[in-house]
Design a binder for this molecule. Structure first.
Ligand code: SF4
Length: 493
């Protein structure tokens, strides 16, 4: 698909939406439409406080659709005008290419951002009423009624957890980039079968980074700790205990409201590790089957069976963790409605406190992209039906959707939804999605996010992605954070 734009001002937005509409990440920009096959042209020019916009689309059959609109630029604030133009341009694209079909093909309308509930919170904060928000989501963002209901419900549930934001409270994230095998759909640079020596060195580096940065954290209240990966429980019980000792010995965790560890792969969990977690104050863990169909688990190289998940669940129960989460992926190769129904039957036997339903995202670095199993991926209709089955299953277990996000390359332009029983919502996930709390991250492949509520500003700083690079430079990673924090602190003075 060729794409023509007048200039690059709105390139990112136009391209992101075009990729979602045409379900491709292969767009080729062109300056010459003569003799061109299928193309999309977005042409705009401004005169007298108005922007003249034109969208032209030529399809595979050489049929051309065209729409035109003039947007009056009424605000004195240039940023506000740009926002308005961006929205109108996207609107025009959808109308030109999809017409009345937009609701089926783009359930999230022109929204290309990954955090739909954040948008609703922003509207609530400027005093908009629920009905006005609904109207705006439908008329300006072209979001389907079903998705509006979903995002309104999620935002309603999240609200009291995050407002009013308290700049004194922060969260801490720890990344453990090791896994027992690489899942076919994984795009994270996790290290598979790392030896004991490497894991030991990694934990030592983590301790150095945390200690070097701890002074900066001291004035703040740590509200949640989240240990993710990779698979944190790929560390031995001894190394897990070392990480826990460093955390407790270095940071003040006395005000902690939630401590999560992803024990994602059932093949990494044993009694010793569970004891370490429980004795260290961990109160939320995650065990992630992704699907309960053994054939699919084999295809995606998960390295465990559905029976392993049931066994581990029985092992975990007596430890009395406050909340246990389970992740599922909708849209795995070879799966359709019967497989989803069968998975939900297993979920209803286990009855987790949280159920996170992801829609498969075929990310660029995932091995699956190059594999022949891509041909086994379910179609969009099947994905939508499977999502409904998961939703109905979660609701029948007494759960409600409490957080959500979207990703690039998701099948059917869908979303990931976290369901929870009342009172079992994961606070870290809610904070993470709404960008109202600073999250200090340690380890390889992690991203620290400094939030200034006062300045309405976010600064991010990334650590090295690969474990081997991180092991050599924990002090540098801590100092990166110190420098970024200084930048934000100085703007606040
Ligand atoms: S468990 Fe998660 S991080 Fe590890 S390989 Fe699978 S998808 Fe990637």
């Amino acid at each position: 698909m060729k794409i023509y734009m007048t200039d690059s001002t709105y390139r990112y937005d136009i391209e992101a939406l075009a990729k979602a509409i045409f379900k491709t990440d292969k767009l080729e920009e062109t300056r010459d439409l003569d003799g061109c096959g299928p193309f999309l042209a977005i042409i705009y020019s401004s005169e007298d406080y108005a922007l003249n916009m034109r969208a032209l689309w030529k399809n595979e059959e050489n049929e051309i659709s065209e729409k035109h609109e003039i947007v009056k630029l009424l605000s004195v604030d240039e940023r506000e005008n740009k926002k308005q133009v961006r929205r109108r341009l996207k609107h025009l694209m959808v109308k030109t290419i999809l017409g009345d079909e937009s609701e089926n093909i783009l359930p999230w309308g022109i929204l290309t951002g990954i955090k739909p509930s954040k948008l609703v919170h922003e509207m609530i904060q400027i005093g908009m009423k629920r009905e006005d928000i609904r109207f705006k989501l439908e008329s300006e963002y072209l979001i389907s009624k079903e998705k509006i209901n979903l995002v309104m419900q999620v935002a309603g549930l999240e609200h009291d957890f995050i407002y009013p934001p308290d700049p004194q409270k922060i969260s801490v994230y720890l990344g453990i980039p090791f896994c027992p095998s690489k899942c076919l759909y994984c795009s994270f640079p996790t290290k598979v079968n790392a030896g004991d020596e490497m894991k030991k060195k990694y934990v030592e580096a983590l301790a150095i980074e945390i200690k070097r940065y701890s002074k900066e954290i001291a004035p703040y209240e740590i509200e949640t700790v989240y240990m993710g990966g990779g698979t944190p429980t790929e560390l031995s019980a001894t190394l897990l205990k070392e990480v826990m000792d460093v955390l407790h010995g270095t940071l003040d965790l006395s005000k902690l409201k939630e401590f999560t560890v992803e024990a994602g792969r059932p093949d990494t969990i044993n009694e010793k590790k569970l004891s370490v977690l429980k004795n260290s104050g961990v109160d939320r863990i995650s065990i992630n089957p992704q699907t309960f169909n053994n054939k699919t688990l084999e295809i995606v190289k998960r390295g465990h069976t559905s029976e392993d998940v049931h066994k581990v669940w029985e092992m975990v129960k007596p430890y009395g963790f406050n909340s246990i989460n389970m992740d599922l992926i909708v849209g795995l190769p070879g799966e359709d409605i019967p497989e989803m129904e069968s998975t939900m039957k297993d979920v209803s036997i286990i009855r987790p406190d949280n159920l996170t339903v992801h829609t498969l995202a075929l990310k660029k670095n995932a091995e699956m992209r190059k594999s022949s199993v891509v041909k086994m991926l379910p179609g969009e209709k099947a994905v939508a039906n499977m999502i409904n089955i998961a939703e109905n299953g979660a609701v029948s277990l007494g759960m409600e959707p409490y957080y959500m996000y979207r990703q690039k390359y998701m099948l059917g332009n869908m979303e990931n939804i976290g369901y929870a029983k009342p009172g079992k919502e994961c606070l870290y996930n809610i904070q993470m999605m709404n960008d109202l709390q600073t999250i200090i991250a340690f380890g390889a492949g992690v991203m620290t996010k400094f939030v200034s509520i006062e300045e309405n500003r976010i600064l991010r700083t990334a650590n090295y992605k690969q474990a081997k690079d991180y092991i050599d430079s924990p002090v540098e990673m801590a100092e990166r954070k110190i420098r970024t924090k200084k930048i934000l602190d100085n703007t606040n003075i």
